[in-house]
Design a protein around this ligand. Structure first.
Ligand SMILES: C[S@@+](CC[C@H](N)C(=O)[O-])C[C@H]1O[C@@H](n2cnc3c(N)ncnc32)[C@H](O)[C@@H]1O
Length: 299
């Protein structure tokens, strides 16, 4: 994380312009620089989404797969187990996340530290591009998705899991509010407007787009104390607490504990959440659409 975390504000993720304020740390850099140790366990948080995503990916034995923002690599490994005769590349901008992923590598997985938005992937080298909550942070999403589209072969598939808007995600308000803060990090929700997401993927050159809702809770731990420790590994709570003086931070921590206790269930500490599964394809070689979607931002 940038050392002065209180100055880390999120620039408009739709803008293609450089942030005017030099204190603004671009979202991708916030991920690149994250230092929280141990890193937040997204696999646990997203446990109820795993099967939805795995089945939407429908990876075949011979597939070559690119997993964007692969984090600790659970989805990379799930894809690799299905792609028995294929290969899976997990790309992530955060070395900390890739360190975790490499600990449980499979023979047909490789990990690439890179910014997927601009990395020069070999053209037409993948059959499927997947991402579980790793594509909402691009500064110029049309250009970034056009870059991913070029990495896919003609007729290649895109499968994304992205958050619906903030107001469909209880966790997104409940946690910052418990800490007495105003939710300020909108980066997870930049693909939450389904129509807009369809438009930007079309502008990036994808066709055959489908958006399907998935409503499952997020999981923060087996009990409130475990959840408390987990939630404090997240970027936004850390930033909110860092902005408070010692007494206010103590009160905020107590309020967070109460909120987490109120969400304790037999299945753990759960908050309502909703996502979209977005699928699309790259045009086939003979398709008249080939050549459209040059990645110029429509913003
Ligand atoms: C919310 S986490 C999800 C991680 C993982 N996909 C999962 O489901 O457990 C988002 C991940 O995207 C990565 N990320 C963000 N922007 C990226 C970019 N431009 N290129 C590559 N990775 C990126 C972050 O480092 C982080 O690991």
């Amino acid at each position: 994380m940038a050392t002065d975390s209180s100055s880390c504000r999120t620039p408009s993720t739709w803008s293609t312009e450089e942030p005017a304020d030099s204190n603004v740390v671009p979202v991708a850099d916030q991920w690149r620089e994250q230092q929280s140790s141990p890193v937040f366990d997204y696999d646990d948080e997203l446990r109820f989404y795993r099967e939805h995503f795995r089945s939407a990916c429908a990876i075949q034995a011979g597939d070559h797969v690119l997993d964007v923002g692969c984090g600790a690599g659970q989805t990379t490994r799930d894809a690799a187990r299905a792609a028995t005769d294929g290969q899976v590349v997990g790309v992530d901008i955060s070395e900390r996340m890739l360190e975790q992923a490499r600990r449980t590598s499979l023979p047909n997985t490789t990990y690439l530290p890179a910014d997927a938005a601009v990395h020069d992937f070999p053209p037409a080298s993948f059959d499927v591009c997947i991402s579980r909550f790793g594509t909402m942070f691009f500064a110029d999403p049309v250009a970034a998705f056009a870059n991913l589209r070029r990495a896919l072969r003609p007729g290649g598939r895109l499968v994304l899991l992205v958050w619906q808007p903030r107001d469909a995600n209880e966790w997104a308000d409940a946690i910052p509010s418990a800490l007495g803060g105003t939710p300020s990090d909108d980066s997870p929700f930049t693909l939450g407007d389904a129509d807009r997401t369809r438009d930007l993927l079309t502008a990036a050159g994808f066709t055959g787009l489908h958006v399907t809702a998935v409503r499952e809770p997020v999981y923060y731990g087996s009990d409130a104390e475990t959840a408390y420790a987990n939630v404090l590994r997240l970027r936004e709570p850390q930033q909110l607490l860092a902005a408070l003086d010692a007494d206010a931070a103590e009160r905020a921590r107590a309020a967070l504990r109460r909120t987490l206790a109120a969400h304790e269930t037999r299945d753990g500490v759960l908050f309502d959440a909703s996502a979209w599964i977005v699928t699309g394809v790259t045009p086939d070689a003979g398709d008249p659409d080939v050549g459209s979607g040059d990645g110029r931002s429509t913003q």
